[in-house]
Design a protein around this ligand. Structure first.
Ligand code: SF4
Ligand code: SF4
Length: 330
């Protein structure tokens, strides 16, 4: 058995993009391999649960936990990895803030099951069969983990040492975090966000910023934006103003608005609320001066009505950690 410190990566409710992000370290993977015994990563290797359970507590130097907590299995693994790890990092937007899986918090589980197993045009389910946590078969009892009513972030079920945000995190930020551990020096205060900056995507975006006066919003397929001007000024909902920097403004560089995957900037509690507040100050109402309040309100409603999906726009990556949490009770 290797004497190198152990490195683990586990996925909860996520898409697998975080694992790809690790692979995107390219030749630096050789440095990771030299420094660590990379011993657990379900989508890459066949380490068994019993192998992890057999390790001494804190026997893993560093665990990158990606994915949100959707099922009882996700939560059990979060507790196990917490116990077995010296450092547990919430890796990526799903582990950090629930991300896209947490948008399902706006609907009850019964609705998810109905749309997946009943109302789906490619499904014929005349016997109304839904997944069960226990099913008896001739071979024995089959079990599936319980499906929770609400998606949570990792830090809502276990203590987390650090956060690396992003959907997925950028390779240079992953490397910064790994290097920090490898150097063995003093670590940043617990709870810190690693590998990012302290400001917003707007600060690292080199588009021309002028006066923001929005008369309506557009979806990305409705206009071809000017490649030099701020996208928000052109009516695209660019979340850069309410998003932590660190990615290098990747999406605006590709003429696409930032959708906010790095989460709220330092010191901001709720990314969606920050964005809504920012939009409130840039909707153009100059031409409405002197009109009755009801007409001004109707105009603002019309402008806001051109944003099709408030939750999916303002809380795409942070609903689970938001002030609202997005829980639906039925
Ligand atoms: S709102 Fe978007 S396009 Fe405008 S400066 Fe900020 S990141 Fe760049
Ligand atoms: S520009 Fe925004 S959405 Fe795009 S990678 Fe950066 S933080 Fe994420």
């Amino acid at each position: 058995m290797s004497n190198k410190p152990k490195l683990a990566m586990f996925w909860g409710a996520s898409c697998g993009g975080c694992e790809i992000a690790l692979v995107n370290l390219h030749e630096r993977l050789l440095d990771v391999d030299e420094a660590f015994d990379f011993m657990f990563c379900p989508c890459l290797m066949d380490t068994k649960l019993r192998d992890i359970e057999a390790l001494p507590d804190r026997g893993i130097a560093l665990t990158l936990f990606n994915g949100a907590i959707r099922t009882a299995e996700n939560e059990e693994m979060a507790h196990l990895m917490r116990r077995k790890s010296q450092l547990l990092i919430a890796f990526g937007a799903c582990a950090k803030g629930g991300s896209i899986p947490a948008l399902s918090n706006l609907h009850a589980p019964v609705d998810h099951f109905a749309s997946i197993y009943l109302d789906n045009p490619t499904v014929e389910n005349h016997s109304l069969i839904f997944p069960q946590t226990e099913t008896s078969m001739p071979e024995g009892e089959l079990q599936l983990p319980a499906f929770y009513g609400r998606v949570k972030s990792l830090s809502q079920v276990v203590d987390v040492d650090y956060v690396i945000p992003g959907c997925p995190p950028e390779p240079h930020q992953i490397w910064n975090a790994i290097e920090l551990v490898l150097q063995g020096g003093p670590l940043p205060p617990r709870g810190s966000v690693l590998g990012t900056g302290q400001t917003t995507v707007c600060e690292e975006c080199d588009r021309r910023k002028e006066d923001k006066k929005i008369t309506r919003f557009y979806r990305t397929w409705e206009i071809i934006p000017d490649t030099e001007r701020c996208l928000l000024e052109q009516g695209l909902v660019c979340m850069g103003i309410a998003t932590r920097d660190g990615c290098g403004a990747l999406c605006p560089q590709a003429n696409m608005p930032c959708s906010g995957c790095y989460g709220a900037p330092e010191g901001v509690l709720d990314q969606g609320a920050k964005m809504v507040a920012a939009l409130g100050s840039i909707i153009d109402i100059d031409a409405l001066k002197g009109l009755p309040e009801s007409e001004i309100t109707a105009h603002i409603d019309k402008v806001l009505g051109s944003i099709p999906d408030y939750a999916g726009t303002f809380y795409k990556f942070t609903l689970a950690e938001s002030l609202l949490k997005g829980t639906v009770r039925r």
